[in-house]
Design a protein around this ligand. Structure first.
Ligand code: FES
Length: 540
């Protein structure tokens, strides 16, 4: 275990209502103290009750951290040899300390099979050549295994070789006792594998081509995979959440997806159009809770659980019920400074299904304020100053960082010179607390940094602000973020829909489609548009 950070102390101190200055006075507990029994008696007797409470919580937090997302990262760091096969240079797994990073082929560059959720196995054929030295996972795994001394066991020469072994293993000592069995394909010749038509499993040895038994629903006629073929009932405990709310963590944290992003955004996050929907990591909170905890829409909040904490934008919404918070799962350390939601959730799992209790972790929320807010636009990733809140957003012009900071403009002046200044000429203007810098390479705009107090505009830049006086103008820019996009297909913003609805010009989804186009293509935005209509009607 490592010593507690100042943030850990702050979170723990919340339980006994400590002020930050009180927390600052305390030293971290020695890391070898992992339970009450490790504390010398004289130390325990000398502690006042808040300090004892804190130590109990310290032990609990450390144990829970050892079982959660944090523990996975720590465990990866301990590996003697950590080899990653990836198609990106940097992600949270790679950055957990990979010793060897091997370039993997991506979807579309790989040849093999894929199985869908109705058990149908289909051939997947590459339609792009792998770039550079990239290779498919199966070859990378085989080559690494061969180097580790397992050449004989990993002597595959093709995806078909791997498939044949997979099929043979599914039938090994199966005897009808396991559902997955594709033994009929264990000796499939290369040319048949190449031409394999979609096939549903199970497909047992002896099931010939055109075999239809597997098309039936599983278990429609009984025959469960138990010794007597009968189903087994289990008597689970009445469903109950494992972690209770408390004074320290009075809310329930729900986690999930947002409409336009997928997993950790490694692909969907590359689309400027999709990024325009909800570009920053946020916590959705009901109006009642926002009032109770002093939160404002568009402001920032720290969401803390016994397992970790994040700093997120606040979205006050009637869609959230009081007592619940919603946080999306998509942001990682690659895309935001402090939004790894996996570190917030309870590591408790259901004993039968293994499902984590990821949608009801007891949580606390408190406002966080920043003196300056703004953005940076660049062509290449930036390493931002410590303690900056940031979220990376793909934009049509390159990379955009949404920023919030308590560090003054002079730090950003230094940062602009270090980060934007190479081979570029710089123009900058400092106006009170507002700062605006832009860089130009061979006369072309290449990046900028803008910061100002919330809701203020940054000053415009003109030729007099340039190091060499070569004429240009960059307009002032309001730092009030652009309105969220509700319809990604047509780039229609929430305000456009709201004002059309409020004006009475549109009354139905069809009207919205005819007037603004929103909702008339893929339809992903229809639920949101319907909610807006219902909300508008309720207010009329
Ligand atoms: S997002 Fe596709 S129609 Fe609106």
């Amino acid at each position: 275990m490592s010593a507690l950070s100042r943030d850990d102390w702050y979170d723990i101190g919340r339980d006994v209502d400590w002020t930050l200055s009180y927390v600052d006075e305390k030293e971290a507990f020695p890391p070898e103290w992992t339970g009450i029994g490790d504390v010398p008696k004289e130390a325990w007797d000398a502690w006042d009750e808040p300090y004892r409470v804190t130590f109990r919580d310290y032990v609990r937090v450390q144990r829970e951290k050892e079982a959660g997302a944090h523990a996975v990262r720590e465990a990866l760091k301990q590996l003697d040899l950590f080899v990653v096969s990836e198609n990106v240079l940097s992600n949270d797994t790679v950055n957990a300390g990979a010793h060897v990073l091997l370039p993997a082929a991506a979807w579309g560059e790989k040849d093999g099979t894929a199985t869908n959720s109705e058990r149908r196995i289909s051939r997947q054929r590459a339609f792009l050549p792998p770039p550079g030295e990239a290779r498919p996972d199966w070859r990378i795994v085989s080559d690494v295994a061969q180097r580790l001394g397992f050449a004989e066991a990993f002597a595959y020469a093709s995806p078909a070789d791997v498939f044949r072994e997979h099929a043979a293993l599914s039938a090994f000592e199966n005897g009808g006792m396991r559902d997955f069995d594709i033994g009929a394909l264990a000796a499939i010749p290369d040319e048949d594998y190449d031409a394999l038509a979609p096939v549903q499993w199970p497909l047992r040895k002896g099931d010939g081509p055109g075999h239809k038994a597997a098309e039936r629903r599983f278990f429609a006629e009984g025959g469960f995979f138990t010794p007597d073929r009968k189903a087994r009932f289990i008597a689970p405990e009445p469903p109950a959440l494992k972690e209770a709310t408390s004074v320290a963590y009075p809310l329930r944290l729900n986690t999930g997806r947002i409409r336009d992003q997928w997993h950790t955004m490694t692909r969907s996050g590359l689309s400027p159009r999709l990024a325009a929907h909800l570009p920053e990591p946020f916590v959705e909170v009901s109006p009642d809770d926002a009032a109770a905890f002093g939160l404002s829409d568009g402001g920032f909040a720290r969401v803390a659980t016994a397992h970790g904490s994040c700093i997120l934008k606040v979205m006050v919404s009637e869609n959230q019920r009081p007592g619940s918070l919603f946080v999306p799962i998509h942001w990682s350390d690659q895309t935001a400074s402090c939004a790894r939601v996996g570190e917030l959730v309870s590591a408790q799992t259901d004993p039968y299904s293994g499902q984590p209790e990821a949608k009801a972790t007891p949580a606390a929320i408190a406002p966080v304020s920043f003196s300056l807010r703004g953005f940076a636009q660049t062509q290449a990733p930036l390493t931002l100053p410590e303690e900056t809140w940031w979220a990376r957003v793909t934009s049509a012009a390159g990379i955009e960082y949404r920023l919030a900071t308590n560090r003054g403009p002079m730090l950003w002046h230094d940062f602009a010179h270090q980060s934007l200044g190479h081979d570029a000429r710089l123009a900058e203007r400092l106006d009170g607390q507002s700062y605006h810098a832009a860089s130009f390479v061979e006369g072309e705009f290449s990046g900028r940094i803008c910061l100002a107090p919330a809701n203020a505009a940054v000053p415009a830049l003109t030729a007099t602000d340039a190091e060499d006086g070569i004429p240009f103008t960059i307009a002032a820019q309001a730092l009030v973020e652009s309105e969220p996009i509700v319809c990604a297909c047509f780039g229609v913003g929430i305000e456009a829909v709201r004002s059309a609805v409020q004006s009475g010009a549109v009354r139905t989804i069809d009207d919205i489609g005819k007037t603004l186009q929103a909702g008339s293509n893929c339809g992903s935005c229809l639920p949101e548009l319907k909610r807006m209509l219902i909300h508008a009607r309720a207010q009329q």
